[in-house]
Write a protein that binds this ligand. Structure first.
Ligand code: GAL
Length: 414
C-alpha cells in the first residue's frame, strides 16, 4: 500500500524508480571505476539494479588499480560502515573472508561453476562458499598503438623487442612520444610484468607464481631489467605520476605512439568513438604471443547490520553481475571479455575476439597466467615488496644486477 502511494505520487518514470528503490533496499558500492570507459561500464550495473527496484549508494574512489580504494575500504570497515559490495580481487577476497566479514552468495551462484574458467571460479569462493561475483577478464599483455602515427612512420605492430625499439625510434624521430606512460607503481609493474612474460609463460610462472629464486636471479631476469631500462628512455618528461587514462588519451590523440596497458584502455578508445584497426591497433606485447596475463574484477559482499546472511539486494546484485546480458554489455564498455564462457562474442570487436581465442588456447597450453601487478597472485605483502623494488629500479639509475638482487630479496618477504 505504502509503495503504491509513493508510486502514485511520482511524476516521472525516474522518480518512480528511485522511490520504489528506496522503499526496498539501497546497496552501497565501493569501487575504483572512475575513468570514462569504466564509469560507463559500472553504470550498466547501477541501471540494472534500479530496474529491479534497488537503490545505489556510490563510493567511487579514484585511482587506477585500486590502491586508494582498498585504503578507503579498510577505513569504512574499521568504523563499522562496511559497504554492501566492494571491488576486491584475487587472494585479497580470501583475506577479507578470513576476517569473517563476508556473506555467502551461493543462492545466486547455482550455475557459475559450469560457466567459469576453474582458476577464476576458485578465487570467488572461501570455505567452499561463493563470497564474490566476477565481472570480466582483462588481459594485461597488450600494446596499444595509434594507427595514424604508425602509418605516418611507415611502421607495423612490433612482435619482438628489436622491432619494438626500431618503431620507438621512428616515433621519436617524428616528434611523437614513443611510449605514453604514467609513472605510478602499478603502471611500472604493468610494463615490467609484461617484459617478464616475454621470456615465456614458463619463465613467468616460475618467477612470479612460484617465486623460484633460481629463475628470479637468472640471466634472463637480468635481460628483463635491461629491457625495462631501455623502454624507460622512451617516456616523455611528464610521465611521473600521470594517471593511466591520461596516458591512453595521449595515444588516442596521437601525441603518444604506444602504451602498455590492460584492455580497460580499450574502454577509453571506445568511449572516444575510436575503432580498432582504423584508429588504433591492439597488439599483443612483443614476445608474449603465447602468454595471457589476466586480472578478474569482482565484487565481494559484506555482512550488513550484523547479519551473517546476504540481503535480497546483495543476492540480486551477484546474480545480475553473472547474468549473460550484463556480462556482455559490461565488457563491451569496459574493454574486457566476459568471464562467463557461454556469452556470445558476436557483438565484440576484433581485439576482444582475439582476447577470447587466446584465452581459450592459453588455458589449454598453460599460458593463462595470473597478473602479479593486479593482485591476482601473491599476498599483498609480497606483491608490495616486489612492486617497491621494480618502481625503485624504474625511477633511478640502478643497474640491472642491483634491480635483480632487490627483486630476489623482495620475493622472500612474506
Ligand atoms: C584494474 C582493474 C581494471 C581497471 C584498472 C584501472 O585493477 O582490474 O578493471 O579498472 O584497474 O583502473
Amino acid at each position: 500500500m505504502k509503495k503504491n502511494t509513493l508510486v502514485g505520487l511520482c511524476t516521472t518514470a525516474s522518480l518512480c524508480i528511485s522511490h520504489a528503490a528506496l522503499a526496498e533496499e539501497t546497496i552501497s558500492v565501493l569501487h575504483w571505476w572512475t575513468s570514462g570507459g569504466e564509469s560507463k561500464a559500472v553504470r550498466v550495473l547501477k541501471d540494472d539494479m534500479a530496474k529491479q527496484g534497488y537503490g545505489w549508494k556510490d563510493f567511487a574512489v579514484a585511482g587506477g588499480a585500486g590502491a586508494a580504494a582498498m585504503t578507503a575500504l579498510k577505513a569504512q570497515v574499521i568504523s563499522g560502515n562496511a559497504p554492501s559490495a566492494a571491488q576486491i580481487k584475487g587472494p585479497l577476497i580470501q583475506d577479507w573472508a578470513d576476517q569473517d566479514l563476508l556473506v555467502s552468495i551461493d543462492a545466486s551462484a547455482t550455475d557459475w561453476k559450469s560457466h567459469t574458467p576453474p582458476p577464476i571460479d576458485a578465487i570467488m569462493k572461501a570455505g567452499g562458499h561463493y563470497v564474490a561475483a566476477p565481472f570480466s577478464i582483462h588481459r594485461i599483455n597488450w600494446l596499444w598503438i595509434n594507427k595514424v602515427d604508425l602509418d605516418k612512420v611507415g611502421g607495423k605492430a612490433p612482435e619482438t623487442w628489436p622491432e619494438f625499439f626500431a618503431l620507438a625510434d621512428k616515433f621519436k624521430a617524428a616528434g611523437i612520444t614513443p611510449v605514453a606512460h604514467g609513472g605510478q607503481p602499478w603502471q611500472d609493474m604493468t610494463i615490467w610484468e609484461t617484459v617478464v612474460l616475454s621470456q615465456g609463460p614458463d619463465f613467468y610462472r616460475k618467477a612470479l607464481v612460484d617465486l623460484d629464486q633460481k629463475t628470479l636471479t637468472s640471466p634472463q631476469m637480468i635481460q628483463v631489467f635491461e629491457t625495462v631500462q631501455k623502454i624507460r628512455t622512451y617516456f616523455d618528461k611528464g610521465y611521473v605520476g600521470r594517471d593511466w587514462n591520461l596516458a591512453t588519451a595521449m595515444v588516442i590523440k596521437g601525441s603518444g605512439g604506444m602504451q602498455f596497458m590492460g584492455d580497460w584502455a580499450k574502454g577509453e578508445f571506445a568511449n572516444a568513438g575510436k575503432q580498432p584497426g582504423v584508429d588504433y591497433i591492439c597488439a599483443v606485447a612483443p614476445g608474449t604471443a603465447n602468454g595471457y596475463t589476466y586480472t578478474v574484477d569482482s565484487f565481494a559482499f559484506f555482512q550488513e547490520n550484523g547479519q551473517k546472511t546476504a540481503t535480497p539486494g546483495q543476492l540480486a546484485m551477484a546474480k545480475t553481475i553473472m547474468s549473460v546480458d550484463f556480462q556482455e554489455q559490461f565488457s563491451l564498455y569496459k574493454g574486457s571479455i566476459p568471464v562467463r564462457q557461454d556469452v556470445p562474442m558476436s557483438k565484440f570487436d576484433d581485439c576482444a575476439k582475439k582476447s577470447y581465442t587466446d584465452e581459450q588456447s592459453t588455458i589449454k597450453s598453460g599460458g593463462f597466467l595470473p597478473s602479479l601487478a593486479f593482485g591476482m597472485v601473491q599476498s599483498t605483502v609480497t606483491a608490495g615488496a616486489i612492486s617497491d623494488a621494480v618502481t625503485k629500479f624504474m625511477n633511478s639509475s640502478e643497474d640491472a644486477k642491483t634491480g635483480v638482487a632487490a627483486l630476489a630479496a623482495a620475493a622472500k618477504i612474506k
